[in-house]
Design a binder for this molecule. Structure first.
Ligand code: GDP
Length: 297
């Protein structure tokens, strides 16, 4: 479906084999290919521009190593910059050191995979970190959203806050805090309401919930398949709530990973996890190197 960027760059540079340093013209030719590949991978335009500028600066005049062709050399520079912009070598995890219950607030649009990801994280915290978690759904908008979380809670054997009909999100958050303390839970996961679009009421609700629960982590859940939309969503949330990280869902789909590059740029926060399927163990720590390879193709 997509031309392989590494091969394309190889073609651009084939004629240059044997030259000492990368000239400006060589690099500019290569960057045209990089630009197309990034746009095809659904990277937002301003991010593409910034990326191209950074790589151009590094590549012009770079000595071509004896062991590689100029094409391979540029592929390496592009790859290194992708890894850097995706978060570097480090894989970022959750901050769990705060006084318990550590509150993790999940935010995002309806359908992004928020509820599923909440249950996935609760399972992961329990199984890999030995943490006792409590989950609470604050979604009073979508019918059966609270029941959905309760069902998932049973599947992963993690407690959920009992549902009280008619209660509003901020009150549910307060009750969840109380309950987490009483149960000596280490972590409280708040699955907030989503909407089909970002609107003022949603943002006011997010702020109010953050106000009463003082979350250590505020994770924005975005669907990696929604590309440019995901970028706009991220921008809106970033302006309103103090995000600490991003979870990209549906990375098992055929998205090239471009959303990841944009997300990091727009939110200024690390991508912490990737959702890789519908099953409740289909979640992985986000690995910049692997995603860079996927964008490069
Ligand atoms: P919410 O409205 O944001 O709470 O979204 P849900 O958690 O209900 O998820 C919506 C749909 O996406 C469900 O069918 C999930 O099983 C599915 N889903 C969530 N995360 C992933 C993922 O990483 N990969 C795939 N393939 N499906 C996912």
């Amino acid at each position: 479906m997509f031309d392989n960027l590494s091969d394309r760059l190889g073609n651009v540079f084939d004629r240059l084999r044997g030259r000492g340093a990368l000239s400006e013209q060589d690099v500019r030719d290569a960057m045209r290919e990089v630009r197309v590949a990034l746009l095809e991978a659904d990277v937002a335009l301003p991010v593409v521009r910034r990326f191209i500028d950074a790589v151009t600066e590094k590549a012009i005049g770079a000595e071509v190593l004896k062991s590689v062709t100029p094409g391979q050399q540029v592929v390496k520079i592009v790859n290194d910059e992708l890894v850097e912009m995706l978060g570097g070598e480090e894989v970022e995890g959750l901050t769990l050191e705060a006084k318990p219950p550590v509150v993790i607030m999940m935010v995002g649009l309806q359908g992004s995979g928020k509820t599923t990801t909440t249950a996935k994280l609760a399972k992961l915290l329990k199984e890999r970190h030995g943490k006792k978690a409590l989950m609470a759904s604050l979604d009073v908008n979508r019918p059966a959203a609270q029941e959905q979380l309760a069902v998932l809670g049973e599947q992963v054997s993690v407690a959920t806050l009992p549902i009280v009909a008619g209660q509003q999100p901020v009150d549910i958050a307060r009750r969840a805090m109380e309950s987490a303390k009483l149960q000596s839970a280490d972590v409280l996961l708040l699955d907030t309401a989503g909407r089909l679009h970002v609107d003022e009421a949603l943002m006011a609700e997010m702020k109010a919930v953050a106000g009463v629960s003082a979350p250590t982590e505020v994770l924005l859940v975005v669907d990696s398949l929604t590309g440019q939309d995901a970028v706009n969503v991220a921008r809106s949330f970033t302006e309103e709530v103090p995000l600490t990280g991003v979870v990209l869902t549906r990375m098992d789909g055929d998205a090239r990973g471009g959303a990841a590059l944009s997300m990091r740029h727009v939110t200024g926060q690390p991508i912490k996890f990737a959702g890789t399927g519908e099953k409740l163990d289909a979640i992985e720590a986000f690995d910049p190197k692997r995603v860079a390879g996927r964008i490069l193709g």
